[in-house]
Write a new protein. Structure first.
Length: 201
């Protein structure tokens, strides 16, 4: 059964409320988590478009020249500036810079517990929705592509896989949720998986 746009906001709010505790890139390999690391604050916008017949998540493919996670699938977002009043402000500002999304067009539903990345960021995932059509205009220095993935696909925990690769001489496990030509993995997949787990409880 497909989720209708009118139901999505209440479903998202309920899912967020069920997610307990933060996550990290080391959840499947806790022994690999670094100790005593100073993390940099960042935020991402977990964005759902409700303007079409079926809800869709909006994701980006990062520009290949980016220092962190170049070429990978990500949410719009980035590190927190000193002038940002909150993680929400960071996420909305970054989305405006990267894909020309008007902050006023986003209805923020809530935030998930923070996620620690292997690159040393403490990321706050801010969940928001759009009710009107949005045509992204990308900043080519940061974003190579914007695409959409069906809401029901990403909110189904059975869509996710666990895969592994060699990293610093050890086999590291991580979540993936492949969709067509897009290989969604790492922090993006882990954050979505946390929301999907909350959705299914």
């Amino acid at each position: 059964m497909q989720t209708q746009p009118a139901e999505t906001k209440s479903h998202l709010g309920a899912a967020i409320s069920r997610v307990q505790g933060g996550s990290s890139d080391f959840d499947l390999n806790p022994e690999m988590a670094p100790k005593g690391v100073t993390l940099r604050d960042a935020s991402v916008l977990v964005l759902v478009d409700l303007s079409s017949a079926q809800p869709e998540f909006i994701l980006t493919k990062r520009a290949s020249q980016m220092r962190n996670h170049g070429g990978q699938i990500a949410f719009a977002g980035g590190k927190r500036d000193e002038d940002d009043a909150s993680g929400i402000e960071t996420a909305l500002r970054e989305a405006q810079e990267e894909i020309a999304l008007d902050p006023a067009a986003v209805e923020v539903i809530g935030s998930l517990p923070s996620h620690q990345t292997v690159t040393g960021f403490n990321v706050t995932p801010v969940v928001g929705v759009l009710s009107k059509p949005f045509d992204p205009v990308i900043d080519p220095g940061e974003v190579a592509e914007v695409f959409r993935v069906p809401y029901d696909f990403l909110m189904n925990s059975e869509s996710y896989q666990i895969q592994s690769r060699r990293w610093r001489g050890t086999r590291r496990m991580f979540y993936t949720v492949p969709f067509g030509p897009y290989y969604i993995w790492g922090a993006t997949a882990r954050i979505l998986r946390a929301l999907a787990d909350g959705f299914s409880k």
